[in-house]
Design a protein around this ligand. Structure first.
Ligand SMILES: *Cc1c(COP(=O)(O)O)cnc(C)c1O
Length: 525
C-alpha cells in the first residue's frame, strides 16, 4: 500500500486514522471544554487572577489543545509505535554498537537510594553512590589496563576532547604543547574535530592496503611537533591493528602519545587491554560497549582512562578514598553505623578538588551518574567470563554475516573482521544502485538500515555491526533480506531505487530536511 492510499484523517473528517500512522496533531484533535483531569470543589476563597496580576495577566487564552485523558494517551502511544528501536528488531548500524540494553540495568538505576541521590548531598551521606562510582572506575580500569580514570565526559566525542586536553596539559608541563595530531583517514569524524577544538592541527595518515597504519609513513610523519596519534582500534573497518605496540614505540621514541578511540571496545573487552599494548590515554563509550541506552539524544557517557603520568591533569573533582574517614551510610549516623558494623574498616570516599595541575571541570557535577549505574549493573551481571563471551559473540556474529554475504557484496578489505564488517556497493553500483538505496530497501524488510557511506576510505560503504545481542535466527532473517535485495538489484533495480515502499513517507530530501525542516505535517487535500 502506498502512502497516498492510506486513509487520511484530519479534524474535519469522520474517519478513523490508520492505527499507527497519519496521526493528527493534538491541536487538530482538540475540542473546546474537554478535560483530562477533574479537580475537587474549591475549598479556599476564589481570587480574580486578572486583578491580582494586573498588567502581567495574559489578555488572550493560551490556546492549548483540549482533550480527554484517553485521547492523549492513545495519541502518544500511537506516536511511540513509529519508532524503530532495538527492542523491536536488529539495529545493524555499524560503529554505533546498538546492542540490547538489558532490563536489569533499568531496574537497578531506578532503585530509590541511587536514583534520588542529590549531587549536593555531603560526601558523608553519599557513601553508597560513591561506592558505586568507585567500583565502576575499578572495573573499567581492570578492563582497559589503565591506571586512572575520569567518568565526567558526557559522550564519546566529549571524552576525546577531555583526553586530548590531558595530552596538551602533559606536553605543556614538559615545556611545549606541540602543534599537530595525526589521525588515520579511516577515523570517526569526531576525532579530527576534537583535536582541532583543542587547538591542534590535524594531519591525516593514509591507511595501508589492509586498512591499517602504514608504519613507514608513520615513522616519516611523527616528529617533535607531534603531540599524539588518535587511533581507533579495532579500526572503523572492523580490523584489529596488529602492529599496535610498534605504533606506540614509534610515537614514544619521539615523545608523542598514543590516544585510543575506544568506542569499539565491544571487540576487545575481556580479550585485550589497551593499557597492555602501549596506549597512553583513551575513552570508552558506556552507551555503546556497556549497554546504556543511546540514540534519540539521551545522555551518554564517555569515561577517559589514562596512564599514571597523565593522572595529575584529570578533570576535577576526582574520587579519593580517605583511610581515616568515618564509617557512614545514608540514613544512619556514624555512631549507629559503627555499632552495627564493628568490623568494617574506617574508610570513606570523597571528592578531591585540590588538584593544581588539573585541566578543570569538563561537566557539571560528576558525569551522567544514571549511566554509571546501568553500566556497572551490566558489568556485574555478566562478570569477567560473561563479558569475554559477549566480545566473542559480537565477533562471531559479524563474521557470520560476512561469510553469508561475501559472495554477493564486494569486500574491500580481506583482513579478518572483528565486531563489524564493511562491504562496498561496487557490484550493485554497476546496476545504478547505491549503498543508500539498499539501506532504504532494508526498511521494507523490517530492519533498521546499516551505516551508509562510512568509513570514507571505502567508496559506497555498507557498514554492518550486529553486536552479540542477536540470535542466529535474527541474523538469518537479516542475511535473507540482504540476499533478496541483491537479487532485486539484478531483476528489478527500480524497486530498490524507489524504496522504501512500506513507510508513511518514502524518500525525503535530506538536505532540505536538515536546513528547512517542516515540523507540521498536513494531509494533502
Ligand atoms: C560513536 C563513536 C564516537 C563518538 O561517540 P559519541 O558518544 O557519539 O560522541 C567516536 N568514535 C567512534 C569510533 C565511534 O564509533
Amino acid at each position: 500500500m502506498s502512502s497516498s492510499e492510506v486513509s487520511v484523517a484530519n479534524a474535519n473528517q469522520k474517519v478513523r486514522p490508520h492505527p499507527t500512522q497519519n496521526e493528527a496533531l493534538l491541536f487538530e484533535k482538540s475540542s473546546p471544554g474537554k478535560r483530562a483531569c477533574k479537580l475537587p470543589p474549591l475549598d479556599v476563597p476564589a481570587v480574580d487572577a486578572a486583578a491580582l496580576l494586573g498588567a502581567a495577566h495574559r489578555s488572550r487564552s493560551a490556546e492549548l489543545p483540549e482533550l480527554s485523558e484517553i485521547e492523549i494517551i492513545r495519541h502518544f502511544t500511537r506516536l511511540s509505535t513509529w519508532n524503530y528501536s532495538i527492542d523491536l528488531g536488529m539495529y545493524p548500524l555499524g560503529s554505533c554498537t546498538m546492542k540490547y540494553n538489558p532490563r536489569v540495568n533499568e531496574y537497578v538505576a531506578r532503585i530509590e537510594g541511587l536514583a534520588e541521590a542529590h549531587p549536593y548531598r555531603p560526601d558523608s551521606l553519599a557513601q553508597g553512590i560513591l561506592e558505586v562510582i568507585g567500583l565502576l572506575q575499578r572495573c573499567l580500569l581492570e578492563i582497559t589496563g589503565m591506571d586512572a580514570i575520569t567518568l565526567q565526559p558526557a559522550a564519546g566525542a566529549h571524552g576525546e576532547f577531555t583526553g586530548i586536553l590531558l595530552v596538551r596539559a602533559w606536553h605543556e608541563s614538559q615545556g611545549n604543547p606541540r602543534r599537530k595530531i595525526l589521525i588515520p583517514d579511516s577515523a570517526h569524524g569526531t576525532n579530527p574535530a576534537s583535536a582541532a577544538i583543542c587547538g591542534y592541527t590535524v594531519e591525516t595518515l593514509k591507511s595501508n592496503p589492509e586498512g591499517g597504519i602504514d608504519l613507514e609513513a608513520l615513522t616519516r610523519q611523527v616528529d617533535e611537533e607531534t603531540a599524539a596519534l588518535m587511533l581507533t582500534n579495532p579500526s572503523t573497518i572492523g580490523v584489529f591493528e596488529s602492529q599496535i605496540h610498534k605504533i606506540a614505540d614509534i610515537l614514544h621514541a619521539k615523545g608523542a602519545l598514543l590516544y585510543m578511540d575506544g568506542a569499539n571496545m565491544n571487540a576487545l573487552v575481556g580479550k585485550a587491554r589497551p593499557g597492555d599494548f602501549g596506549v597512553d590515554v583513551m575513552h570508552l563509550n558506556l552507551h555503546k560497549t556497556f549497554s546504556t541506552p543511546h540514540g534519540g539524544g539521551g545522555p551518554g557517557s564517555g569515561p577517559v582512562a589514562c596512564k599514571a603520568f597523565l593522572e595529575p591533569f584529570l578533570p576535577i573533582p576526582i574520587l579519593v578514598r580517605n583511610e581515616n574517614g568515618t564509617k557512614c551510610a545514608p540514613g544512619l549516623d556514624s555512631e549507629t553505623w559503627e555499632s552495627k558494623n564493628p568490623d568494617t574498616p574506617r574508610v570513606s570516599l570523597g571528592w578531591n578538588y585540590d588538584r593544581p595541575q588539573s585541566i578543570g571541570r569538563v561537566r557539571a557535577f560528576y558525569g551522567n551518574v544514571g549511566m554509571f549505574i546501568r553500566a556497572l549493573a551490566y558489568i556485574l551481571a555478566n562478570g569477567p567470563d560473561g563479558l569475554r563471551q559477549t566480545t566473542e559473540d559480537a565477533v562471531l556474529n559479524a563474521n557470520y554475516i560476512r561469510s553469508q554475504l561475501e559472495d554477493l557484496f564486494e569486500l574491500p578489505y580481506k583482513t579478518p573482521s572483528m565486531h563489524e564488517v564493511v562491504f562496498s556497493d561496487k557490484r550493485q553500483a554497476a546496476r545504478g544502485i547505491k549503498t543508500g538505496d539498499i539501506a532504504k530497501r532494508l526498511i521494507d524488510y523490517g530492519f533498521h538500515p546499516y551505516t551508509v557511506s562510512f568509513p570514507l576510505i571505502v567508496h559506497g560503504a555498507l557498514m554492518i555491526e550486529p553486536t552479540e545481542s542477536e540470535s542466529r535466527e535474527e541474523l538469518d532473517l537479516f542475511i535473507a533480506a540482504m540476499r533478496s535485495i541483491a537479487r532485486e538489484v539484478e531483476e528489478n533495480p527500480e524497486l530498490v531505487k524507489t524504496a522504501p515502499h512500506s513507510t508513511r513517507v518514502s524518500r525525503l530530501d535530506e538536505v532540505q530536511a536538515a536546513r528547512k525542516p517542516i515540523l507540521r505535517w498536513r494531509p494533502q487535500p
